[in-house]
Design a protein around this ligand. Structure first.
Ligand SMILES: [Zn+2]
Length: 141
């Protein structure tokens, strides 16, 4: 019981309305958009690399000595696809965070409706859960 209710924020159930607003919200929006652009380029490059690895004998692969046996083709391709899937995953999360900015629900926990901790949001702008709910979800797995 370290924290008591904050004066002024104590009336009624969880407040409706943006948790983050004004310049802070715009800063998040710009940050997310920049990250989205970067990841989109990365994902495309990785997918192209993965596809290039399947195009045998195209001569444009660039790491010829690495591809002297078939095993490394597969490995490189798998790795590129896995990285591009990670990037796509993150792109998805960031896209949803940007949509939440538009809807005014950005920064609010999707499970309990409370604001997500500012430190957490700063570290993970696409977080959809407050720390407590995120921990709970991890334990459930
Ligand atoms: Zn929560």
């Amino acid at each position: 019981m370290a924290q008591t209710e904050q004066p002024g924020a104590a009336s009624g159930p969880a407040e409706v309305g943006p948790v983050v607003a004004g310049p802070a919200l715009r800063a998040y929006q710009e940050r997310l958009q920049a990250e989205l652009d970067e990841l989109t380029v990365q994902a495309e490059e990785l997918e192209q690399a993965a596809n290039a690895n399947t195009a045998e004998g195209s001569g444009e692969v660039g790491f010829d000595e690495e591809f002297s046996d078939a095993g490394s083709y597969t490995f490189e391709r798998e790795r590129d696809l896995s990285l591009s899937n990670n990037a796509r995953d993150l792109i998805d999360k960031i896209g949803r965070a940007l949509a939440r900015i538009d809807r005014g629900t950005f920064g609010r926990c999707e499970a309990c409706g409370n604001p997500i901790e500012p430190d957490r949001l700063d570290a993970l702008p696409y977080a959809t859960l407050c720390l407590e709910d995120a921990r709970r979800r991890v334990r459930l797995r």
